[in-house]
Design a protein around this ligand. Structure first.
Ligand SMILES: Nc1nc2c(ncn2[C@@H]2O[C@H](COP(=O)(O)OP(=O)(O)O)[C@@H](O)[C@H]2O)c(=O)[nH]1
Ligand SMILES: [Mg+2]
Length: 236
């Protein structure tokens, strides 16, 4: 498939963005997504107290509201919205709403799935750019990945949020983590189900605007870490 054919395939792709108070970054992120050639974008507003929903809608995204807090709950709400459409997407990609993930590489992320070479592709944040991720978050991530290897026999280079998966594969995983265990649960279940898994390096930028709700402070990071530990043991 040539580059332009991969570009054409983007009409079979939908992007889900879980967002909490991202009014400052979203217009730029959504502009980049449109420029990259993806039009089907669902922003899940997870009880924002700012104008996240309005700016997302003004920028042409479809807005779904999920009042129950939690990153996974928001992703599930995005899936539910897409599954209610007359036609489900062939591939769904997830990315953050803060501008850390660069939509310009979306074709490389979804390409292997559209071409039938993979079912699930995770963007591995390039190490030289992970200065945007605080040390405690990187260390916690490394511990979780070591345990994933020890307990599940799976080697994961990253648990990054920028990822793409074949719709039918995602459905087969029966995802139910409603919080920060979502990304890890997807990788562990994909491994257990024998999905064709790939990792590709992706750029990672500091958030464009607004404030971090997770890795920027210790307590939310610890809470996210605890959720991941729970998933590590529950998924055995
Ligand atoms: N649905 C949902 N999304 C959240 C929540 N907290 C943060 N997010 C979103 O998850 C993504 C990552 O959060 P962020 O604050 O950037 O965390 P950081 O990258 O660790 O600093 C962003 O798109 C946030 O808007 C939450 O409680 N629920
Ligand atoms: Mg972030």
């Amino acid at each position: 498939m040539s580059g332009s054919q991969a570009g054409e395939g983007l009409n079979r792709v939908a992007i889900v963005i879980p967002a909490l108070n991202e009014e400052a970054a979203l217009p730029h992120v959504l502009g980049e997504i449109r420029a990259a050639g993806v039009e089907r974008v669902v922003v899940v507003d997870n009880g924002s107290t700012d104008s996240t929903a309005a700016v997302a809608s003004d920028a042409g995204a479809r807005v779904v509201r999920e009042p129950a807090k939690g990153y996974g709950a928001a992703c599930l709400a995005g899936m539910a919205a897409l599954s209610a459409d007359p036609q489900v997407p062939e591939v769904v990609a997830f990315m953050d709403g803060d501008g850390s993930d660069d939509p310009r590489v979306i074709s490389s992320l979804v390409g292997p799935i559209l071409r039938g070479h993979a079912d699930f592709v995770v963007g591995v944040r390039r190490k030289e750019e992970s200065g945007g991720v605080p040390l405690h978050a990187r260390a916690g991530d490394a511990v979780v990945r070591s345990l994933a290897r020890a307990l599940h026999g799976v080697c994961l280079a990253d648990l990054g949020p920028f990822r793409a998966i074949r719709w039918s594969s995602l459905e087969s995983l029966g995802m139910d983590d409603r919080n920060w265990g979502w990304t890890l649960q997807m990788q562990l279940r994909a491994h257990r189900r024998g999905l064709r898994y790939r990792e590709i390096p992706v750029p990672h930028r500091p958030r464009l605007a607004g404030t971090s709700k997770v890795s920027g402070s210790l307590l939310p990071s610890l809470r996210a870490g605890m959720k991941m530990f729970r998933v590590l043991f529950a998924e055995r």
